[in-house]
Write a protein that binds this ligand. Structure first.
Ligand code: KIV
Ligand code: ZN
Length: 538
């Protein structure tokens, strides 16, 4: 299909990105990321893999319902919502049900085509793979018009077989055909030639959109995707901050800014509202707990910092000496406006809206109260502090059973670290104390004594929200039940000017998340909702 000079941006942060270790998100977090992706103007949101778990199904469905009907973004229309599925009827029907509420639903079905996957993983012949692919597309077409087919590991597939599959799925009705470099093996020239080969050898190639999906194992995901665009590919699958399996996927912000900054070279562009890139990157980083490296292109903290004297001199004379795009064009504002304890509700609400947060009712009030508390302790409150507070208010569950009331901790070189914690559970107050290796460990041990159901901390991350001595600390941790490790893993996050308090809050947030998950599993009669369906079944 000829999209002219429009490159379709297919965001898979919520699917391939979420598949990466430590990147799982709650439903609320997915909805917030989905909302921001819609504001950014992505054409397609791949919301998940519905057959993989009940939780995944429910989040795809919720995104289809809420984000898939929101007239927003630069085009003032909802994005297409895609659900991934293998080429099996049960998977396809489940994906169809999940994306159904969206105004523009898409089924994205796939099967591996490379010899190594056919022989070792699927144990299927070429003929069986083609048959499966065609049947999958035909079956998906009974639910929706917009069907995407992916040739998993196309990058290592024989070109003659690739041509055969692409032609067959277009004949069967696929509207988009994706050529993934699943293992990040291809080189730009080679991959470009592979895409050109499709246009030269599949007579109906132009009746579908040819899409690319590149992994970054050799650091070439962006380069490969862009090389394919030069040959006529008109959909790029990518993720915010380049999240994804292993070394990740092509980074959306790099793709978009390459196409925009060098439209003279590519002759095409996207409809992305690039001023939303920085907010989107920060949201995804904070929700997943994956920090963005300082020298990351486009959205890294140093992406627009000019340190060398000669560069600073040039910048003062004319910014274009060392800047090929402006920081404003990607929404980068440095530390932003400073707010303090005298800032009022109105200014606070306006600033949050500029940062991409529209909080209402209770969420806004909670956030404003916390802002005043923080402003009392810390002279200047920066954008990153506000984002942390907004996320705290948004993602906090109002039905939490365990509520943090109070803590104190003592430590020193000659005393054993000791902590006292007070929590309430459904209105009843519990206090206990414990010792630990350090004050954080003592706080966790005191909480474990209260709940009598200890947790095991699998990951613990602490970072300063902003620069400076009085910066707030953000703790992100992953826990499981100590007596049942590996069954359910959940994340908790806490923000406070005191890092021990931030740790306590994160631990309690994780405790509540685990309680909720276990209650849900009991209601559904399941043992583990986070169980993943392997992608290797045809
Ligand atoms: O990397 C890959 O091949 C994928 C497909 C399922 C599109 O993620
Ligand atoms: Zn992938």
């Amino acid at each position: 299909m000829n999209t002219g000079n429009h490159v379709v941006i297919f965001d898979t942060t919520l699917r391939d990105g979420e598949q990466a270790p430590g990147c799982s998100m709650t439903l609320k977090e997915k909805l917030e990321v989905g909302r921001q992706l819609a504001r950014l103007g992505v054409d397609v949101i791949e919301a998940g893999f519905p057959i993989s778990s009940i939780g995944d199904f429910e989040s795809v469905r919720a995104i289809a319902e809420k984000i898939g009907n929101m007239d927003t973004g630069p085009c003032k229309k909802p994005p297409t919502i895609a659900g991934l599925c293998r080429s099996r009827e049960k998977d396809i029907a489940r994906a169809a049900e999940a994306v159904k509420p969206a105004r523009f639903p898409r089924i994205h079905t796939f099967i591996a085509t490379s010899p190594i996957h056919r022989d070792r993983k699927l144990r299927m012949s070429r003929e069986q793979v083609v048959e499966s692919a065609v049947n999958a597309v035909k079956y998906a077409k009974t639910f929706v018009d917009d069907v995407e087919f992916s040739l998993e590991d196309a990058g290592r597939t024989e070109w003659d077989f690739m041509v055969e599959v692409v032609a067959a799925v277009i004949d069967a009705g696929a509207t988009t055909v994706n050529i993934p470099d699943t293992v990040g093996y291809c080189q730009p020239d080679q991959y470009a030639a592979q895409i050109r080969h499709i246009f030269e050898n599949v007579p109906k190639a132009k009746e579908a959109i040819i899409s690319v999906h590149c992994h970054n194992d050799l650091g070439l995901a962006v380069a490969n995707s862009l090389a394919a665009v030069k040959q006529g590919a008109r959909q790029i699958e990518c993720t915010i901050n380049g999240l994804g399996e292993r070394a990740g996927n092509a980074s959306l912000e790099e793709i978009v800014m390459n196409l925009r900054t060098r439209s003279d070279y590519f002759g095409c562009d996207t409809v992305i509202a690039s001023e939303e890139l920085f907010n989107t990157s920060r949201l995804v980083s904070q929700v997943t707990g994956q920090r963005v490296q300082a020298n990351k292109a486009i959205v890294g903290a140093n992406a627009f910092a000019h340190e060398a004297g000669i560069h600073q001199d040039g910048m003062l004379k004319d910014k274009s000496t060392y800047e090929i795009m402006t920081p404003e064009s990607v929404g980068w504002r440095g530390e932003g406006l400073v707010m303090g304890k005298h800032s009022g509700r109105h200014a606070f609400r306006d600033r949050l809206a500029e940062l991409g947060f529209e909080l209402d009712g209770d969420d806004f009030e909670r956030c404003f109260t916390r802002f005043k508390e923080v402003a009392d302790k810390k002279k200047d409150v920066y954008d990153d502090d506000l984002v942390a507070l907004a996320q705290e208010a948004l993602f906090q569950n109002k039905t939490d059973s365990w509520v943090f009331e109070y803590m104190s901790a003592m430590t020193g070189t000659t005393i054993s670290p000791t902590a006292t914690v007070r929590l309430s559970y459904e209105g009843r107050v519990y206090t206990d104390a414990a010792m630990g290796d350090g004050p954080v460990d003592a706080v966790f041990a005191a909480i474990d004594r209260i709940t009598a159901n200890p947790l095991k901390v699998l990951e613990y991350q602490i970072e300063a929200v902003t620069e400076g001595q009085d910066a707030m600390g953000r703790v992100t941790l992953t826990v499981t039940r100590a007596d049942c490790p590996g069954k359910n893993r959940v994340k908790g996050r806490g923000v406070a000017t005191d890092i021990i308090q931030a740790s306590a809050k994160a631990y309690i947030a994780a405790l509540n998340a685990l309680d909720r998950l276990e209650k849900l599993q009991a209601q559904r009669g399941e043992t583990n909702t986070s169980e993943e369906v392997p992608l290797n079944v045809p």
